[in-house]
Design a protein around this ligand. Structure first.
Ligand code: GDP
Ligand code: MG
Length: 736
């Protein structure tokens, strides 16, 4: 389709301007290209649009080419046929000092009806199009036509007024004033311009009065809508130099100025007054003009009522969407890589922090909104505001996602770091002998990671945005740090408990081992007892073990309590810990006793015990058996004494009460704070864990009945062996 248009295609083809509308009334889609080639697209409101009207072959194109340096087609003197078809546009090429920037001139096909037969369709449509877009309408007229009220040019003006009323009817609040600038050609000079002006104004009033006005506008006046200016030019061919001079002078009027709209009509007769007054500007931004012009033309051409406000809103919507897309390009270039990095980090499960996120986001957002405002605010205010909010919501949603993900990463990294650094510090403390302050470690590390999180959060916000407040995320973070602290403290409690248990186990192993070793001597406590103390006897073996046990555990308990309090363990946690310690200690004691009474161990001890009693006299001197000695008597006494140990060892019983130790009372009830998890690794204890069906009596049974008998039998055999040997040695001694 582009091919149909003259001036379509590459920039070089725009030499004669651009044909906006061709003779078949098609709108040229290359208009944006033309404006961009002329450097006007970015001009905002800094451009002007003027149109020229008049009968065919009245020198319109010639005038424009002289005024603006354009190259509109001009009829050659010889051929005399129509040259301008449709509507052409060209930028002012004169760049004459004193002229406004970016003047766009529309050269409209001659409109005397003659050229297109009686078809006035194009005449009406082009008049409407020019009125809807142009600030200044140049009406080109021969001097000799002035006053010829029936002339073709008057028909044209009637058309202009009619379509103007039509426009106002539909767009009462939207149509701006226009300047009708009459250029009277071939002025002989005999009739002064002021007279011509009077005649024309009178004619215009008459035309206006003769119009059938739509309801509501019956009383309207011509100058409610139009300002008028007049200028006369000499004959171009007869007075070429004067013509050129006057045209140049006329050119200087095409500049911007400000005149109170109420006084404009009066001042415009001054030949030095500017014609581009703000009240004439259509306020369509340059970048939206092609789209707007096309929309208007299509409405006009399809004979729809021209609805400018709707056109302006449609234009605003379209352009604001386009501008959004444009400003998003720079924004995306900065933000998408960050979004991708975050997405990849989340996928990989390795949280990552983006440095300087807040500043980056703030800058990208500010640039985006500033650029959008710069381009978009020229359009329909309501639409612009709405699109601005849409754009803001859209980018803020994305930025908020970045921000939230950043905080999540900071959260995860911080929790991990906290947990790691506490564990590391504990390890160092343990290596240095275990005398570290767990509470202090936790507090120090917590402060460190809290500070880091806050720094990340502060560096990731967009100042003044609704999410610059990250309190709730910080609260969440603190809560999890507290949870992790509690978990780490539990671990530390476990470690403390393990250390305590190990210590108790070692102490018991030594102490109980010592007690059992004493059995081997046959005279428990053969070492000299301290002054005033009753010498230990075999009878109160268990009393001594119980005392050793309770004292050892009690010592461990107070150390445990002290350490646990040191790192803020709750009274409940301490209570549970102590209870577990007592139970585990008992299990350790039982293990040690079981080890001591293992068959071989015990049999050995009994044999030693017996031999000690049999082979040594009361003073501890070894006996040399003589045949006369009562070997049998000593043997029986020693054997019975050792055999008496078996029932004593078989049961954990205190000599002073002749009852089992008060284990249940000593361990105490399970604390109410104890959880099933706390009990999980505990061995059941008879008489305490009732559901196990084992009585305290059974718990205190060290040797079963069968074991006792077996032990007794084996011991007797061993003793018998010793006796026989003694007997032999006695006889042997005699024979020697
Ligand atoms: P348009 O159809 O109104 O654009 O008229 P053109 O600019 O094509 O000119 C039509 C004819 O009028 C050409 O032959 C021009 O040489 C001639 N012409 C141009 N300017 C003047 C003028 O000021 N006076 C007279 N008498 N003829 C002119
Ligand atoms: Mg022409």
């Amino acid at each position: 389709m582009n091919g149909h248009f003259a001036g379509a295609g590459e920039n070089a083809d725009f030499e004669h301007g651009v044909q906006i509308i061709d003779e078949d009334k098609n709108f040229n889609p290359n208009l944006p290209k033309y404006l961009s080639a002329q450097g006007i697209t970015k001009a905002g409101f800094n451009y002007h649009l003027i149109s020229v009207f008049g009968s065919q072959s009245t020198g319109k194109s010639t005038l424009l080419n002289f005024l603006f340096g354009t190259e509109f087609g001009v009829m050659s003197e010889q051929e005399r046929r129509q040259t301008t078809k449709g509507i052409w546009m060209s930028k002012n090429k004169k760049e004459q000092t004193g002229m406004a920037e970016n003047i766009l001139v529309m050269d409209v096909e001659g409109t005397d009806g003659r050229e297109r037969g009686e078809d006035q369709d194009f005449e009406r449509k082009s008049a409407l199009f020019a009125l809807a877009t142009s600030e200044v309408l140049i009406v080109n007229i021969w001097e000799h036509q002035v006053g010829l009220y029936q002339g073709a040019n008057m028909g044209l003006l009637k058309t202009v007024f009619e379509v103007n009323l039509q426009l106002f009817l539909k767009n009462a609040k939207n149509v701006t004033r226009s300047l009708l600038f009459f250029v009277i050609r071939d002025h002989l000079g005999t009739t002064p311009l002021s007279n011509l002006r009077q005649t024309l104004l009178a004619d215009l009033q008459r035309i206006w009065a003769g119009l059938s006005k739509p309801p509501g506008l019956e009383k309207s006046q011509i100058d409610d809508y139009f300002d008028f200016a007049f200028v006369a030019l000499p004959h171009k061919i007869l007075q070429p130099e004067k013509f050129a001079l006057d045209v140049q002078k006329l050119g200087t009027r095409f500049r911007e100025g400000y005149v109170d709209p109420k006084r404009a009509a009066l001042t415009l007769d001054d030949a030095s007054q500017p014609v581009f007054l703000p009240q004439y500007h259509r306020r369509i931004p340059a970048d939206g003009f092609p789209m707007y012009a096309q929309g208007i033309w299509e409405q006009i051409d399809s004979n729809k009522d021209l609805d400018l406000p709707t056109q302006q809103e449609l234009l605003a919507q379209f352009r604001c969407d386009e501008i959004s897309k444009e400003v998003l390009v720079a924004f995306d270039a900065i933000i998408i890589p960050l979004e991708e990095r975050q997405a990849a980090a989340i996928d990989a499960g390795t949280p990552e922090l983006i440095a300087d996120l807040g500043n980056t986001m703030t800058a990208a957002r500010e640039t985006l909104l500033k650029n959008f405002e710069e381009e978009g605010s020229r359009y329909h205010k309501g639409v612009f505001k709405r699109k601005q909010t849409e754009l803001e919501t859209k980018v803020d949603g994305r930025l908020k996602t970045l921000f939230t993900a950043q905080l999540n990463s900071a959260h995860k990294i911080g929790i991990q770091e906290f947990s790691d650094s506490v564990s590391a510090a504990v390890k160092v403390g343990q290596k240095k002998g275990g005398n570290y302050d767990f509470h202090k470690i936790v507090q120090t590390e917590k402060q460190k990671v809290l500070k880091k999180f806050e720094a990340v959060a502060r560096g990731s916000v967009i100042a003044g945005s609704p999410w610059s407040d990250y309190k709730s995320q910080l609260n969440l973070y603190q809560k999890e740090l507290d949870e992790v602290s509690a978990r780490l403290r539990k671990d530390e409690m476990r470690r403390l408990a393990t250390r305590s248990e190990r210590w108790v186990r070692t102490k018991l192993s030594e102490g109980v081992g010592l007690e059992f070793n004493r059995l081997g001597s046959g005279r428990a406590g053969s070492g000299a007892p301290a002054e005033g103390e009753k010498p230990p006897t075999e009878k109160d073996l268990w009393d001594r073990i119980w005392t050793l046990f309770t004292e050892t555990v009690s010592h461990a308990e107070s150390r445990f309590t002290e350490r646990a309090r040191g790192f803020d363990a709750s009274p409940d946690e301490v209570e549970v810990g102590l209870w577990r310690l007592r139970r585990k200690s008992w299990a350790a004691l039982r293990d040690k006793i079981d080890e001591e009474v293992m068959e071989g161990n015990l049999l050995l001890k009994l044999r030693e015990n017996f031999e000690d009693k049999f082979r040594y006299d009361e003073e501890g001197v070894p006996r040399i058996w003589r045949p006369t000695d009562d070997i049998e008597g000593v043997y029986t006494k020693a054997r019975e004494s050792t055999l008496d140990l078996i029932p004593l060892l078989a049961r954990f019983r205190l000599a002073r009460t002749s009852a089992p130790p008060p284990l249940d009372a000593w361990i105490g009830e399970a604390p109410s704070a104890a959880t099933p998890q706390d009990e999980e690794d505990l061995q059941p204890i008879g008489g305490i864990d009732e559901e196990e069906g084992k009585s305290l009596e059974e718990e205190m049974t060290v040797l079963s009945e069968a074991k006792r008998q077996d032990l007794a039998t084996r011991f007797k055999k061993t003793a018998d062996g010793v006796y026989v040997e003694a007997k032999r040695s006695a006889i042997g001694g005699v024979t020697q």
